[in-house]
Write a protein that binds this ligand. Sequence first.
Ligand code: ZN
Ligand code: CU
Length: 485
Amino acid sequence: MALRCDLIIRDATILNGTGAPRFTGDVGVTNDRIVGVGDLSAASADKEIIATGRALAPGFIDAHTHDDRAVLCGPGCLTCKSSQGVTSVVVGNCGVSISPGRFAKRPPPPLDLVGDDTNFLFDSFADYAEALKQTPAAVNTYALVGHQTLRALVMGDACLTRGATDAEIGRMRAYVAEAMASGASGFSTGLWYKPNMHATTAEVMAVAEPLKAAGGLYTTHMRDEADAVCASIEETAKIGARLGIQVHISHHKCSMPENYGRSTQTLALLEQFGRTQDIAFDVYPYPAGSTVLMPDRLRDDLRVIVAWSNPFPEMAGKDLADIARGWNTDLRAAAEKLLPAGAITFQMEEEDVRRIMAHPMSVIGSDGIPHDVFPHPRLWGTFPRVLGYYSRHLGLFSLETAVHKMTGRTAELFGMVDRGVIRTGAYADLVLFDPHTVLDRATFEQPTIPSQGIEQVWTNGVSTYVGDTGMTGAAPGRLIRRNRG
Ligand code: ZN
Ligand code: CU
């Protein structure tokens, strides 16, 4: 009997996510799954799309996000992600998760990246999982719980000044265990930040301990990405080896001018650890970072753009140096006045960014910050930028490799079963794009312009975004959980 599908995309150039060479063929979808790949000329469907000359890939997986709150904003939002072809996001990175957390006052930075006290509403991870079910998004959510959030929750202001006591470690560990039992996939740290920097390696290992039995993933914004970047990689590897768990370094970089070029060293070190343990990293395709504005970490030799400021919202998008000049003061004093605030800092070398991106161990993550008034352009541009600029224009790697780093490899590392690949039986997370025109358009001057060349996006078989008309309003996203069995 001839196959009957809900949807057939015909004559597409298929990049199946594994890195294998592209081929021309059809893809059939019924309900939330791919039911056929190849020559489906004998099959029919309720809806057919002729995709001659266009590329069909697994929906992109954003390996590093701060979309914890954004995924709860309901159908039709998260245009910044769907318009790039993203169908799954990893939330709870850098030690910052929106759950479990509840605070009587504004939580310390950088927790306020994901919201102020009015947004931390989850006493347990189970409550967050339930909220995702009640108000799903256009994308799937894969969640980590953050050490910074747990420290602020359990220790209060003391998280800023000292290590945790045994009793506090016990409470944090219980939260991690509860989260893992309720649908979380791992635990993250942000050891560079004040609420996390007083946690010793021993504290991290003690709190992360439930990951071992639960098969969870440890991700980290490392203690240092500048002078001590190699020592930080060693600390990360040690945590993984001692606990016998997989570790993943967030937004790998060599930060600050005096460390430019050191990615040859860091990548060699990562390869060395990779021979004996599970270790990998993500990277975003820009030579500037973005986080909360931290006056004590400013340097005169780095350009800083203000991403948001609560007391001076009109300063978003302006250079800190210009603001300081206008106020007749120095950078630090100007920054103090702007707090709480966010910043974009030009602190990497393009050569390092390319070397890290091209390395076979890397995957792509945006690190976009969805609530910033004037966000880093990575929020809107990351995935089309890798496809259009780094792969097609510069030839840094093939389109097959670019797609693999955004789909199949990411799904494998994070344990997203039946995702990130186009094959019969896999979930129908798909993106149709024009490989000749796909490109980011968001810039440091105009950071919220949607990309070009993304034609249609499906999450779990449901159309979420159409290039000509925008978001469909559908919200088929689910909480997905790690399984590496
Ligand atoms: Zn980070
Ligand atoms: Cu981050």
